[in-house]
Design a protein around this ligand. Structure first.
Ligand code: FRU
Length: 454
């Protein structure tokens, strides 16, 4: 059970399920002006259970409308994570040229993990293929989370899926018959653990096309239990090749609450959303009738830094709100529970959000040039023993730049997202203050603007 919270912690512009449990985003796709979000869902309780695909749609990625459950468990098993593609030439034959189908591929998690498909011509009702599974299990216990994409190198459909400590690639002409084309495993085990929820997508850079492979890692507490790492390299049409010798893992987000994130299919930009929670303590978060939220949608790009290209995350849809930003004095009253902050600063400095119980959420830059978030006294921490452990109190991320910094913050009732230096450093953390933060204070050389988001 989610523990009983003392107030309503439901964020306003971060997606939450109507009720009950949610984990990974699945099958995210943009079709006819509508963003579809499917998600791992157990509708009967606020803890993980037999997985369904829940469904919601949005036109702005901030406000969502709930749709009927898209996929129910069946004789092949629970409906684990996967993806959707828009089959606009009807290569699968499940639609028509005039009514192209959306094809969903998910992992059937039963006696073993194998991949199945379902199709829809209205984006709401899905019918499962009677030839499932389309990819059988090759004898690997963790064999899941297929992410399909259009392979522009070989002019066919491809997918990447997690297989233990690596990913496998498959390709297909018709989305029904798939053959394996390759594998990728890191040359060095940078983070130990099971690979989950991969994704692969390209970016144009000054140095030509570079491909990014995302992998979420179910790992141990020394790595924050649940992190999403990425590799930068090439895709030759069959497999991914990593040409950057990595000393340390590259992480999409340095907070504790951004896991299993992947990108939308068929959108113009590369738009990412993650599950904004952590397996370490998720089921006991004090959110009453629901459990879990998604991160805000983020546009991903690659930016050049002194260390080479790195992923940058930029929140989608908040520009109209940001253009109304007002200057804020030190020690100001905070009039909103959902707001953005634009911060310019230099040197050791911090921003403190505080409530009437003197609980404080601190965001700052330290003497070693790390951006950090300290939630140790931000609100309730004793609902789960792991949440109150020091490992989960303070998150930090080393800046790629020196000197002056710009930080964008989005705070939404019980979730904080920090985007520093053009989104090169990102930290996402949940926090459960007993009462809303009503004051904002700064220390050090900082200028601040605030804007409500609704
Ligand atoms: C990641 C994950 C996936 C799996 C799903 C099950 O959080 O473990 O690998 O498909 O959750 O709900």
């Amino acid at each position: 059970m989610s523990t009983i919270g003392i107030r309503n912690f439901r964020p306003k512009v971060h997606f939450t399920p109507n009720k009950a449990w949610m984990n990974d985003p699945n099958g995210m796709i943009y079709v006819d002006g509508i963003y579809h979000l499917f998600y791992q869902h157990y509708p009967d309780d606020t803890v993980w259970g037999p997985m369904h695909w829940g469904h919601a749609t949005s036109t702005d990625l901030l406000h969502w409308s709930h749709k009927p459950i898209a996929l129910y468990p069946d004789e092949l098993g629970y409906i684990f994570s996967g993806s959707c593609v828009y089959d606009k030439d009807n290569s699968s034959g499940f639609g028509t040229k005039n009514k192209p189908p959306i094809i969903a591929m998910y992992t059937s998690h039963g006696e073993c993990e194998q991949q199945s498909i379902a199709f829809s011509t209205d984006g709401i009702h899905f019918e499962k293929f009677d030839g499932n599974p389309v990819i059988t299990n090759p004898g690997i216990s963790d064999f899941r989370d297929p992410k399909m994409f259009w392979n522009s190198i070989k002019n066919c459909w491809s997918l990447v899926l997690a297989a233990g400590d690596r990913v496998h690639f498959y390709s297909s002409e018709n989305l029904k018959e798939w053959k394996k084309t390759g594998e990728f495993k890191s040359s060095k085990e940078l983070i130990p653990g099971v690979w989950e929820c991969p994704d692969l997508f390209p970016f144009d850079t000054e140095e030509g096309v570079k491909w990014v492979l995302l992998v979420s890692m179910g790992t141990d507490i020394s790595y924050g239990k649940a992190v999403t790492q990425y590799f930068i390299g090439d895709f030759n049409g069959d497999t991914f090749i990593c040409n950057e010798p990595l000393q340390e893992p590259l992480l999409v987000d340095h907070g504790f609450d951004n896991y299993a994130g992947v990108t939308f299919h068929n959108s113009n930009d590369t738009i990412f959303m993650g599950w904004a929670l952590n397996w370490g303590y998720a089921p006991k978060t004090p959110t009453n009738d629901y459990c879990g939220q998604m991160t805000i949608a983020r546009k991903l790009s690659l930016l050049k830094t002194d260390k080479g290209y790195r992923l940058s995350n930029s929140p989608v849809g908040i520009e109209p709100f940001k253009s109304n930003a007002q200057e804020l004095d030190n020690n100001a009253e905070l009039g909103y529970e959902t707001f953005g902050l634009s911060i310019s600063g230099e040197g050791v400095s911090s921003i403190i959000l505080e409530n009437e119980k003197k609980q404080q959420l601190i965001i700052g830059v330290d003497e070693d040039n790390y951006i950090y978030v300290d939630r140790s006294n931000g609100g309730a921490i004793d609902f789960h023993e792991q949440f109150s452990m020091s490992e989960y109190c303070k998150a930090k991320s080393r800046r790629f730049r020196k000197g002056k910094y710009e930080i964008d913050i989005i705070f939404d009732v019980s979730i904080l997202e920090v985007f520093a230096d053009d989104g090169l450093n990102t930290l996402t953390l949940v926090v459960y203050p007993d009462s809303p933060y009503t004051k904002i204070r700064t220390e050090g050389d900082i200028e601040l603007k605030i804007y409500p988001i609704e």
